[in-house]
Each structure stands twice: as structure tokens, then as C-alpha cells.
Design a protein around this ligand. Structure first.
Ligand code: HEM
Length: 378
């Protein structure tokens, strides 16, 4: 979806969205699935007993499991070595994306003996992920039952079978592998990065955590997990999520777009086929929209009565026809994960002399540098 355009993009974006909606996007069934994953998340954190740990892999597995269950009807245990190694390969490639830009411009560098640019490593990682996904698709094909469509892959297989005699079909195994790979990667890395930014900002701003916890305690208490119905009653928590997406700037340059026709803009003509790189960063840090843009201030999204305002200015998922396909899922996950976390734990720096920096690293997303934290039960 993300890398295609024209008729192919339209057909597969519509198919993907409809199918993902069928499997719960924006529905209660998906909320229940997310909360089940949060229960595991909380148990894993409790098992650390307030000792310092790196939350990166824990968040990655939880978020990835949600995407895996929609796509393949499957989730993995947190100590599944094969799955952890797969997620690690994806992480390595995403944080190493710049290398692939260089290899695209200078393709010969991949033939240099040894692996000085780590390109062979990146390609080995791609193979590893593709082989894993291919195996999952093959397993689905073997037990496919058209009267019991369990997940995204089954619905795609049904469409493939119904289009078997259409010579122009775009529903084939290659396309299926591309899309599940994309959903798996885009659906894990982005949301997981947003939650890591959230943890980092909470360590740096204990007063914000405290306010969130007070609001959660007033509205929900501690006996049950937050649910999506609580969202409207937790404006401060929502404001913190918007501020996290703004300052975290997970996709500062969104995704490059190609121009389908000439475009006149501010007296310039930008020719058809030119590559446009949207600069979301310039909006998030525009002081006319967000005064003191470098300060973490959730209150900027609340009016004097405490109601949310200006949240539509945070274009974290971009906008227009190619707006992020996973926005609904990501917003559900973000709300449920961060409120459940703050309801049960106080987040502190793992090492008081080493408070994690707000300066991140740029790969395919803008992510925090790895850090350790303490999650002290409230
Ligand atoms: C906090 C989490 C997320 C952020 C910040 C984010 C951000 C973005 C952005 C900025 C784009 C580019 C839109 C454009 O081209 O104008 C995008 C596209 C996309 N995202 Fe996300 N995303 C997130 C979560 C997800 C999730 C959970 C999924 C999985 C379902 C997903 C799947 C996609 C896909 C498939 C596209 C390409 C859409 C198209 O080209 O039609 N994203 N996302």
C-alpha cells in the first residue's frame, strides 16, 4: 500500500481497510484483544519488581502481537526467541535505513568485499522476515476454509481464489507477502516508538504523570483497566498523548509522494512526477501554532474549561487520501496502553544520574535512544 500508487494503490488500500475493519479496526472486539495484551504487558512489568529495565522489546512484542493477531490470527510469547530475533532484525533495518538510501544511489557498494556498509546484513534481515511471513502464509493455505475466515490472510486468499481466472488480477501471493510485511512493520514500529516516547516524557515530567494518574483515579479508579468509553472523560490524558505525538515527531518527513500532475503552489509550478517530501516537523514546531514549541506542555491542548482544543493541528498521521491507514488502531493502542501504564505504575529514570535525552535518532522513524526505566507499582 505505502509503496504503490494509482489503480494498484486504490484497489489494495480499499481492500486492506475493509478487511481490517472486518477484523476489528475501531470495534470493541479489537479493544478486548488490546486489553488482553495489556494484561500481559502489566504482568511482565510487575515481574521486574521496580528494578531498572529497558522497556523497548516488551512494548514491541505487545504491539506486534496485536497486528499479528489481526493479520495471521496468532500471538507470540514474550520469551519466543525466534520472534524476538525477527523483531530485532526489523529494528536493525529500520534504524539503518540511511544505508539503503546510499545503496539505492550507489548500487555497486553492495559488491564491496566484506560488509563495510552493513548492506548484506540488511538484505539478510529482509530475507529472514520474508521467509517467516511466507511460512505463515503457506500454513494458512494448507488449512484454509472458506467458511471460516479467521484473519486478514484468509480474506486475501479468498479474494485470490475468486480472481484465479482473471489475467489482470493484482491479488497474488507476491502482493499478499508485500502487504502483510508492510502491515507487520508499519503496525509495530510506529506505535511502539510513540509509547517509548511517552515513557521518556513521563520520566522527564513527573508532574504530568501525577496529573494523569489523578484524572484516571477520579474517573476509573484502579479496579479495572481503562476502556475506550473512558476517553471522553480523560481530556488531560488525551492532551498528553497529543503532546507526545507532537514533540515525539515519529514520522517527521511523513512518506514521500509523487505528483500525479503539474501543481501550482505559491507562484511556483512543481512538475508532474516530482518527488514531494512533506515536512510535518515544520508544523509541529511552528511557534505560531504551538507557542514555546520545544516545551512539553499538554495544557496547550486544553481550553479554560479543560476541554480539548487544537488537536487537529497535530498531523502525526499526515492527512488527505493517503493518510495513515492504521490511524484508528494506533490511537486505540496509544490510549489504552499509556493510561493502563500510568494507572498502575510510576515511571522513573533507571539511573537518576542518566535521565534519558529528548534528542532521538533518525532511522525510518524518529525514535528515542534506548534507555532504562523503573516502573514502581502505585
Ligand atoms: C503512532 C503510530 C503511527 C504513526 C505516527 C503513523 C504515521 C504515518 C504517516 C505519517 C504515514 C504517511 C501518510 C502519507 O503518505 O501522507 C503513514 C502511512 C501508513 N501507515 Fe501509519 N502510522 C502509525 C501507525 C500505523 C499502524 C498501526 C499501521 C498498521 C495498520 C500503519 C500503516 C500505515 C500504512 C499501510 C500506510 C500507507 C498508507 C497509504 O499509502 O495509503 N500505520 N503512517
Amino acid at each position: 500500500v505505502a509503496t504503490s500508487s494509482g489503480a494498484l494503490w486504490k484497489e489494495h488500500r480499499t481492500f486492506s481497510l475493509n478487511t481490517l475493519r472486518e477484523f476489528g479496526f475501531g470495534k470493541r472486539s479489537l479493544e478486548t484483544r488490546i486489553i488482553e495484551e495489556i494484561e500481559v504487558f502489566v504482568q511482565e512489568i510487575q515481574s521486574k519488581k521496580g528494578e531498572p529495565f529497558n522497556i523497548h522489546s516488551l512494548i514491541n512484542v505487545c504491539i506486534s502481537n496485536i497486528m499479528c493477531s489481526i493479520t495471521f490470527g496468532k500471538r507470540y510469547d514474550h520469551d519466543d526467541k525466534k520472534f524476538l530475533s525477527l523483531l530485532n532484525s526489523i529494528n536493525q533495518n529500520l534504524s539503518n535505513e540511511n544505508v539503503m538510501f546510499v545503496a539505492t544511489v550507489l548500487p555497486f557498494i553492495r559488491y564491496i568485499p566484506g560488509d563495510p556498509f552493513r548492506i548484506k546484513k540488511v538484505l539478510r534481515n529482509v530475507d529472514k522476515v520474508e521467509n517467516h511471513l511466507r511460512q505463515l502464509v503457506e500454513e494458512h493455505e494448507q488449512i484454509y476454509d472458506e467458511n471460516n475466515l479467521r484473519d486478514y490472510v484468509d480474506v486475501f486468499l479468498k479474494k485470490m481464489k475468486s480472481e484465479r481466472n482473471n489475467p489482470n488480477t493484482t491479488f497474488d501471493e507476491d502482493q499478499l507477502l508485500k502487504i502483510v510485511g508492510e502491515l507487520f512493520v508499519a503496525g509495530t514500529e510506529t506505535t511502539s516508538t510513540a509509547i517509548r516516547w511517552f515513557c521518556l516524557f513521563m520520566i522527564r515530567h513527573p508532574e504530568v504523570q501525577e496529573k494523569m494518574r489523578n484524572e484516571i483515579n477520579d474517573v476509573i479508579g484502579t479496579s479495572r483497566f481503562p476502556s475506550l468509553e473512558d476517553k471522553q472523560n480523560l481530556p488531560y490524558c488525551e492532551a498528553v498523548i497529543h503532546e507526545t505525538l507532537r514533540i515525539g515527531t515519529i514520522a517527521p518527513l511523513s512518506v514521500p509522494h509523487g505528483l500525479a500532475s503539474d501543481l501550482k503552489f505559491n507562484g511556483f509550478t512543481i512538475p508532474k512526477d516530482a518527488l514531494l517530501i512533506p515536512n510535518l516537523y515544520s508544523v509541529f514546531f511552528d511557534e505560531k501554532i504551538f507557542p514555546d514549541p520545544y516545551d512539553f506542555k499538554p495544557e496547550r491542548f486544553l481550553d479554560e474549561k479543560g476541554n480539548l482544543k487544537n488537536t487537529d493541528k497535530v498531523l502525526a498521521f499526515s492527512l488527505g487520501r493517503r493518510v495513515c491507514l492504521g490511524e484508528a488502531l494506533a490511537r486505540m493502542e496509544l490510549f489504552l496502553f499509556v493510561t493502563s501504564l500510568i494507572q498502575r505504575f510510576t515511571l522513573e529514570a533507571g539511573d537518576i544520574k542518566n535521565i534519558p535525552s529528548e534528542k532521538g535518532t533518525m532511522g525510518i522513524t524518529y525514535a528515542p535512544k534506548d534507555f532504562v526505566l523503573k516502573a514502581v507499582p502505585t
